[in-house]
Design a protein around this ligand. Structure first.
Ligand code: HEC
Length: 215
C-alpha cells in the first residue's frame, strides 16, 4: 500500500505533541490510529481492513509495546484457539509434489495492490528460512529447514511413525501460532495465503525423502 500522508493532520499532531503536556500512551495510540487510517486507502486487493488487528496480533503487539513476553495464560489460550483453526487436508493426503513446493517456497509474490483477486500467492519461505541447499539466498529470521524431514527421522511420510511429525508440520504451516503464540511466521492456511494443494506441495518439499531438502 502507498502512504499518502496528509499535511494538515501532521501539523495538528506536531502542534499537539509540541505545545500541550506530553500525551499519554492511549492518546498516542489514538493519534497513530487516526494517522494510519487517513494515510492509507483501499487499492485493489489491498484494503483498509488490514489495519484492523485480530485478537492474536493485538495481544502480541501489546506485549511487544510493553517490552515483555505475552503472559503464560494468554499465550496458552492463544495457542489453543489457533490449534482449533487448523483444517486437515480434505482427502486425508498430506504430501503433494516437492518440485512445485520448491517453486512456491521461492515465490514471494502476492497480496499487493497490483495483484488481482483470486491470484495464486507464493509462500516466500526463503525470505526467512534456509530450505534447499542449492538456494544460496535466504533469510535467517526462522530456523534452517535444510534436511527437515531427515533430521526428524521421517523415512516414510505415510507410515504411522511419521504421523505426529506430518501433522505437526501441516499445523505449523496452517497456523504457526498454534505452537508458538506470538510466532512471526505468516499463518498460511488460516489467512488464506496458500491453498490446500500448495501446502501439500510445501509439505513434500520438507518431508518427502526424495526432496533435495532431505539429501
Ligand atoms: C516472516 C518470516 C517467515 C516466513 C515468511 C516463513 N516462516 Fe517459517 N518460521 C518463522 C519463524 C520465526 C519460525 C520459528 C518460530 C516459530 O516456531 O514460530 C518458523 C518456524 C517454521 C517451522 C517450524 C520449524 C521446527 O523446527 O519446528 C516450519 C516447518 C516452517 N517455519 C516452515 C515455513 C515454510 C514452509 C514457509 C513458507 C511457506 C515459512 N516457514 C515461511 C518465520 C517465517
Amino acid at each position: 500500500m502507498f502512504v499518502f500522508l496528509r499535511l494538515p493532520l501532521l501539523l495538528a499532531v506536531a502542534t499537539l505533541v509540541g505545545c500541550a503536556a506530553t500525551p499519554g500512551t492511549a492518546e498516542l495510540d489514538a493519534l497513530t490510529r487516526t494517522i494510519a487510517q487517513s494515510s492509507f486507502r483501499d487499492r485493489g486487493v489491498a484494503k483498509l481492513d488490514r489495519l484492523q488487528q485480530d485478537e492474536a496480533n493485538r495481544l502480541c503487539s501489546a506485549a511487544d509495546v510493553a517490552g515483555a513476553p505475552l503472559d503464560d495464560a494468554s499465550a496458552k489460550a492463544l495457542e489453543a484457539a489457533s490449534l482449533k483453526t487448523i483444517r486437515a487436508p480434505s482427502d486425508g493426503r498430506y504430501l503433494g509434489d516437492w518440485k512445485s513446493g520448491e517453486r512456491i517456497a521461492q515465490n514471494g509474490r502476492g497480496l499487493t495492490w497490483t495483484d488481482k483477486e483470486g491470484d495464486v500467492n507464493g509462500g516466500n519461505c526463503y525470505n526467512c528460512h534456509q530450505i534447499s541447499q542449492q538456494e544460496l539466498s535466504y533469510g535467517t529470521l526462522g530456523p534452517s529447514l535444510y534436511q527437515y524431514g531427515k533430521l526428524r527421522g521421517v523415512t516414510d511420510p505415510a507410515s504411522p511413525e511419521a504421523r505426529a511429525m506430518v501433522e505437526y508440520t501441516w499445523g505449523k504451516l496452517w497456523n504457526a501460532r498454534a505452537f508458538n503464540a506470538c510466532s512471526n511466521m505468516p499463518r498460511f492456511g488460516h489467512n488464506g495465503i496458500l491453498n490446500e494443494a500448495q501446502i501439500k506441495d510445501i509439505m513434500a518439499l520438507l518431508l518427502d525423502p526424495k526432496s533435495p531438502v532431505n539429501q
